[in-house]
Structures are given as structure tokens and as C-alpha cells.
Design a protein around this ligand. Structure first.
Ligand code: SF4
Ligand code: FES
Length: 247
């Protein structure tokens, strides 16, 4: 079948503003959107810029906005994004992050926020046996957070980041913090709590659930954010302290 892709183009080195360009592509409805983009790049317009690496939903590099919704191009089948009214499939870069070229965005701010929450194992105690033992149930406690591939789809979809408070830490960073907070072997809760408990930290989240809707790994992001908030409230209350800026 033939489809039309309407792709946002923008090269900051030569374009004054972004514009849309249409490309007709012959494709099987069971092929992926990434296959269609590759066809455009290989056979129609080699100047089209987009990122991809694994092509199997693992590296998180090809997140983009398709018909207004954040998706991974390599996990999106053409038949799932064809518009019933026959209009072109509209493809735009992730929102809020600066455009480097066409569908490629500068993810520096997203990764700065990610590093801010210390997304690594903290435990200064020496290991008593060969390894730090953990039960199956304890491992399951943080399983959801381990699925994140840092694609930034949630960050792009978040209405808080998009307008209410662009300095908000963002959903993915909090998912990463909770992944370690929930790990029975980790002892970095106090350090992370102080990094999350500030006005632009965890509190700007207003439970819009947009992050949860778009996450290609189906992580229950909003639920994890609320769990982290509860953990911080419990911790502060147990110490007779006030929450920094509880809305
Ligand atoms: S939480 Fe989901 S949407 Fe957000 S960066 Fe991780 S995988 Fe992507
Ligand atoms: S190319 Fe790696 S997730 Fe899509």
C-alpha cells in the first residue's frame, strides 16, 4: 500500500523555522514506522535526520511524536497509525527538547535531570558474603523501574514539563530514583530524598497520567511517582520535619 508521511523538517543551520514535508512511501501495513522512515532516507531524501540504533525497542533512541502521540518508531506498526480519513501520518520530534535537526532532539536536559537523582546503587557497607542477598519478592519490588530505556517519551508528553513548570525533574528521573529506593540492598534513600524534595523536584507532578499513557515499556510511572512522594512524606514525618513544598 502507499502511505504519505508528513514529517517536520528543521535544520537550525539554514532554516528560519520548522516546516512540514510530505513523502509518499510504498510499504506493507505490518511494517514498522521505522521501516518507512528508512525508505525515505535511503530512496527519497538522504538529508532527513532521525536517530535509531537497536530497531527493537531497547535503546530508546527513536522516540518521536506520531499523530500527536509519543511513540518509538521501531515499535509502531504502520497499520496502527494510518489515519482513517486518509490524511498523512504526521511525524514530529519530541516536545520541549531543543531540535538538533528534523526529528533529532538534544537530550542534554533530560539526562542532566536523570543524573541529578543518583541513578546508581548506593551502599557503602562491605559485602558480607559473596554477594548482597535479596529474596525474589524483594527483587520484584523494583522490577517496573528497571524496564526504563530512557527514551524521553514521558518527558515530552508531560504537561508539567511542557508548560506548567519546565524545570520539573520529569517522570523518568523519578522512576529511576524509585528503582533504587525500592531496592532492599540500596542505602541511598536519604541522599535521594533531599534531591527529590524541592520545589522543582518531585512535587510539580499533578498526576496527569500522560507519561504512563505513552511509555513504550508500559511502566506504571504515575503510580511510582506517587509511591516516591509517600516514601518522602513518611520519612519527613518520622523525623518531625516538614515537606519542602508539598502542594
Ligand atoms: S519511563 Fe518509559 S517513557 Fe519514560 S524514559 Fe523510561 S521507558 Fe521512556
Ligand atoms: S531504535 Fe532502539 S528503541 Fe527504537
Amino acid at each position: 500500500m502507499q502511505i504519505t508521511l508528513e514529517i517536520q523538517r528543521y535544520d537550525p543551520q539554514k532554516d528560519k523555522e520548522a516546516f512540514f514535508e510530505k513523502y509518499d512511501v510504498e510499504i506493507n501495513p505490518n511494517d514498522r514506522l521505522l521501516d518507512a522512515l528508512m525508505k525515505v532516507k535511503q530512496y527519497i531524501d538522504p538529508t532527513l535526520g532521525f536517530r535509531k540504533s537497536c530497531a527493537h525497542g531497547v535503546c530508546g533512541s527513536d522516540a518521536m511524536v506520531v499523530n500527536g502521540v509519543e511513540r518509538l518508531a521501531c515499535k509502531t506498526l504502520i497499520k496502527d497509525v494510518i489515519n482513517k480519513d486518509g490524511s498523512p501520518i504526521k511525524i514530529e520530534p519530541l516536545q520541549t527538547l531543543p531540535i538538533q535537526k528534523d526529528l533529532m532532539v538534544d537530550q542534554s536536559r533530560f539526562f542532566e535531570h536523570y543524573r541529578q537523582v543518583k541513578p546508581y546503587f548506593i551502599n557503602k557497607e562491605p559485602i558480607k558474603e559473596k554477594e548482597r542477598i535479596q529474596s525474589q519478592e524483594e527483587r520484584e519490588d523494583f522490577d517496573d523501574g528497571t524496564k526504563c530505556i530512557l527514551c524521553a517519551a514521558c518527558y515530552s508528553a508531560c504537561p508539567v514539563v511542557r508548560g506548567i513548570n519546565p524545570s520539573f525533574l520529569g517522570p523518568a528521573s523519578i522512576v529511576q530514583a524509585e528503582r533504587f529506593i525500592d531496592d532492599s540492598r540500596d542505602e541511598g534513600f536519604e541522599e535521594r530524598a533531599s534531591l527529590l524534595d524541592f520545589p522543582d523536584g518531585i512535587w510539580p507532578c499533578q498526576n496527569f497520567y500522560q507519561c504512563t499513557r505513552v511509555c513504550p515499556r508500559h511502566i506504571k510511572i504515575t503510580q511510582l511517582i506517587n509511591k516516591t512522594k509517600e516514601n518522602i512524606v513518611k520519612y519527613r514525618t518520622s523525623r518531625g520535619e516538614k515537606i519542602h513544598d508539598l502542594p
